[in-house]
Design a protein around this ligand. Sequence first.
Ligand SMILES: NC(=O)C1=CN([C@@H]2O[C@H](COP(=O)(O)OP(=O)(O)OC[C@H]3O[C@@H](n4cnc5c(N)ncnc54)[C@H](O)[C@@H]3O)[C@@H](O)[C@H]2O)C=CC1
Ligand SMILES: O=C(O)C(=O)[C@H](O)COP(=O)(O)O
Length: 379
Amino acid sequence: MKIIADENMPNAEILFSHLGQVELVNGRTLTNEQLKDVDVLLVRSVTKVTKKLLEGSPVRFVGSATIGVDHIDKDYLAEANIAFSSAPGCNANAVADYVFSGLSYLYLTKQLSWLGKKIAVVGYGNVGETVYQRFAQLGCDVCVYDPYKQKAISGVNFVSLDDILACEVISLHAPLTSQGDYPTKAMFGAAELSQLSSGVTIISAGRGGVIDEEALIRLHHERHGDINLIVDVWDGEPKINQTLVDLVDIATPHIAGYSKQGREKGTWMVYQALCDFLKHDESLMAKDSAISPGWLPVINIDNRSTKNEEILARSAHAIYDVARDDARLRFKFRENKELNVFDWLRKHYVERDEFNTCFVRGDSDAPSLGLLKATGFSI
Ligand SMILES: NC(=O)C1=CN([C@@H]2O[C@H](COP(=O)(O)OP(=O)(O)OC[C@H]3O[C@@H](n4cnc5c(N)ncnc54)[C@H](O)[C@@H]3O)[C@@H](O)[C@H]2O)C=CC1
Ligand SMILES: O=C(O)C(=O)[C@H](O)COP(=O)(O)O
């Protein structure tokens, strides 16, 4: 059996080589020609899996080690009787860590406090729920917009899109869709953006295209910069709008989900699905050996008078400082105009551990202990 896997899929060779012959390829430039003798195709989000790519190939299983599936033509796969599996939730903690690292950065650099603000989450899936629950457990005033989930779930503060637009922090975690009752493509267009409150913070870590970037740039100018932006996903990746990069507080190359554990879990979930499809015993590989525990650092906190928000910010940054990814992006784009910088940065990403791999110690009555637990740290 021949298996083609994206070269950016961690552990692919280790896990899949006992199921077949594995070839690692650049997923962005993959062609139909490369698939002519391939049985299993394992991709990441940069490969458009369409009829054009697969037609005439013997591929009978496609796995995507990602949460998002907007790069997959699932209708065609079903029609062609090709099995498909993705990795729902694999990097939800990583994206939530990104959100808190971003807010921590704004707190430390602009003294922008968010704990007491009105916070909105868009999309209540694996990522949105993780982000929402962290805010809720921190005691924040948090609401969520997800018209598909609203009726089915109780105990969650679902609101309308207009209510979301009035909030002071808005974190976007909806998929990119252009069909259905509530398509998300350009869902944050000029009309919606004009309703944003003064000094709002927007975190865009779902998919580029959900925000109309030109409208966002215009709004930024009109408001004289009175809007804080943390942007991980871009319309038209890997080409990105440099005007927008220059305006935002944090610009990163679609790496919100790139924790070591999140990426490894993605490969692991696809491996499990392929074993299941092949009726192969997955226990030949141990999950523990496929997903790293992290470096297990310890943060010691005490009961002194440091503000809770400061403790949160410093702890988040001790594990993952989002500013390092922003600095790398800006530096590389200045340094090299020829290279596909966006993909280069992603391929050479210095992976980070998740907050949950870090243990916090301190007096059991220290209030910040509970806050750090709510933010995803281990106690
Ligand atoms: N920046 C990054 O590195 C990453 C980005 N993502 C993106 O985040 C998206 C969300 O991830 P998950 O929560 O795991 O997906 P999910 O599929 O579990 O949940 C998506 C949620 O969005 C909701 N939704 C759909 N249309 C909506 C609309 N018009 N308004 C509000 N909510 C809407 C759905 O009902 C669903 O509850 C993924 O589709 C992916 O595109 C995911 C992982 C990493
Ligand atoms: O899981 C998703 O969905 C994501 O957005 C991934 O983190 C994107 O990573 P790549 O698949 O593009 O490496």
